[in-house]
Write a protein that binds this ligand. Structure first.
Ligand SMILES: C[S@@+](CC[C@H](N)C(=O)[O-])C[C@H]1O[C@@H](n2cnc3c(N)ncnc32)[C@H](O)[C@@H]1O
Ligand SMILES: [Zn+2]
Length: 344
C-alpha cells in the first residue's frame, strides 16, 4: 500500500490516510495535496530549488509531450546511426530548410533588391524569423545543428570501449536480486517517461515499483507505459531533493539522467540514500565527459549534452557516509553510472 511508504511533505509524518483521485490529505497537519490525473503531488511548488523550477518550466511543462523526440535529438551524434536514422533525416531537413530560407533573404537583399519582394518572399521570411527566434530561445539546438556532424566524425574515429558496459553494470547490480523470494521495493527517482525503469532489466525482478517525478507531463507518460505492460507500480509527483517517503523503505533506488541537473544534488543524493534500506543499493546515471575529449567535444558536452547541469562529472564527494562499495563506471563517451550499497 502506497500510504505506508509516504510522508507528508509539510509535517514529515506518515499520516496521509485520506486518499482520493482528486486529493490526498494528511491527518496529522490537515494539509491537502492535489492530484493531477489521479497522481498525488506531494511537493510544494514554492519549495522547489531555483534551477529545478526553471528546468521544469523550460523542458518538462509543455516540452514534456515531445520528450521522446527532443531527448534523443540532442544525443544525435552519440547514438548509433541505426537507431537514429529518422532523427538524422529530420536533422538534414532542418539544416537544408534553414539554408534555403536564409539564402532566399540574401538573394532578395543583395541581388534582386528589396523592392522586388513578392508575397512568396514574405511567406519564406516568416519561418526563417520563427526558426531564428526558437534557436535564440534554445541555443543548445543551434549548437547541435552546427556540431552534430563534426562530433559524429570524431566519435566514429575514437571507438570508445568502456571497461564495463551499460548492460554489464546493470547485470552485476541486479544479479543478487534475481532469485529474491521476498517481494522487492524499487524506487525510480526522476522516473519521467519510465523508459529507463522499463528498459534496463528492472522488469525481471520480483518487485513493486514506485516512480517519482516532479513533472506531471512526464510521469503520466511513465504511467501509460507501465499500464500498457501491466507493471505493478505506484506514481507520485515528488521533488527529488525532498522525497516524500519514509526512511529505509526501498531495497533499490535509482535515478537516471537527473542528478547533475538538480539545484541541490547533495540533498538529492542524501534523500536517495535515506529512503533506501540498510544493505539496499542505489544506482544513478548522468553526464560525464571522458578524459581525452577534444576541444570540440568539450563544446558539444557543455553547450548541448549537459547544457543545464549544475555540476559536471560524478559527484562522489557529495555522497553521504553511510555508503560502501561505491563504484563509478564510464559506460559511454559522455555517460557515467555510479552504484553503491547502504551500510548495514
Ligand atoms: C532527462 S529526464 C530522465 C527521465 C527518465 N529517468 C529516463 O531515463 O527516461 C529527467 C527527469 O528528471 C525529472 N526531474 C528533474 N528535476 C527534478 C526534481 N527536482 N525532482 C523530481 N524530478 C525531477 C524531470 O521531470 C524529468 O522527467
Ligand atoms: Zn502533515
Amino acid at each position: 500500500m502506497i500510504e505506508s511508504k509516504v510522508i507528508c511533505p509539510t509535517c514529515k509524518k506518515n499520516s496521509i490516510n485520506d486518499r482520493y483521485q482528486t486529493y490526498w490529505m494528511c491527518n496529522e497537519c490537515g494539509e491537502k495535496y492535489s492530484c493531477i490525473n489521479g497522481i498525488p503531488k506531494l511537493y510544494l511548488e514554492d519549495a522547489l530549488g531555483k534551477v529545478d523550477k526553471e528546468v521544469k518550466d523550460d523542458d518538462y511543462k509543455y516540452m514534456a509531450w515531445f520528450y521522446n523526440f527532443w531527448m534523443p535529438f540532442y544525443m544525435l551524434p552519440v547514438r548509433p546511426i541505426k537507431v537514429s536514422i529518422k532523427l538524422w533525416m529530420a536533422y538534414f531537413l532542418l539544416v537544408f530548410s534553414f539554408i534555403f530560407l536564409f539564402f532566399n533573404v540574401i538573394d532578395l537583399i543583395a541581388i534582386r533588391g528589396i523592392g522586388s519582394a513578392t508575397i512568396y518572399d514574405f511567406l519564406l521570411f516568416v519561418p526563417l524569423v520563427i526558426f531564428i527566434f526558437l534557436l535564440s530561445k534554445q541555443p543548445r539546438y543551434a549548437y547541435l545543428l552546427l556540431l552534430a556532424i563534426p562530433i559524429k566524425i570524431i566519435l566514429s574515429f575514437r571507438n570508445f570501449v568502456p571497461e564495463k558496459t551499460h548492460s554489464s553494470v546493470h547485470k552485476e547490480f541486479q544479479e543478487e536480486y534475481l532469485e529474491s523470494d521476498e517481494r522487492l521495493k524499487m524506487l525510480d527517482i526522476a522516473s519521467g517517461s519510465g523508459n529507463s525503469l522499463f528498459r534496463h532489466g528492472w522488469m525481471k525482478l520480483n518487485a513493486d515499483y514506485t516512480a517519482a517525478d516532479y513533472a506531471a507531463g512526464m510521469i503520466v507518460q511513465g504511467r501509460r507505459l507501465m499500464s500498457k505492460h501491466k507493471v505493478p507500480a505506484d506514481f507520485i509527483l515528488a521533488d527529488a531533493t525532498k522525497l516524500p517517503f519514509k526512511s529505509e523503505t526501498f531495497d533499490i533506488s535509482t535515478n537516471y539522467g537527473a542528478v547533475n541537473g538538480f539545484t541541490d544534488p547533495e540533498s538529492a543524493l542524501k534523500e536517495m540514500v535515506r529512503v533506501t534500506k540498510k544493505g539496499g543499493k542505489i544506482l544513478f546515471l548522468d553526464e560525464r565527459e571522458y578524459e581525452s575529449a577534444t576541444w570540440l567535444e568539450n563544446v558539444y558536452f557543455k553547450k548541448v549534452f549537459a547544457y543545464n547541469n549544475t555540476i559536471v562529472g560524478c559527484p562522489v564527494e557529495l555522497l553521504p557516509d553511510d555508503l560502501e562499495d561505491i563504484q563509478v563506471h564510464q559506460v559511454y563517451e559522455f555517460v557515467y553510472i555510479c552504484t553503491a550499497r547502504k551500510k548495514m
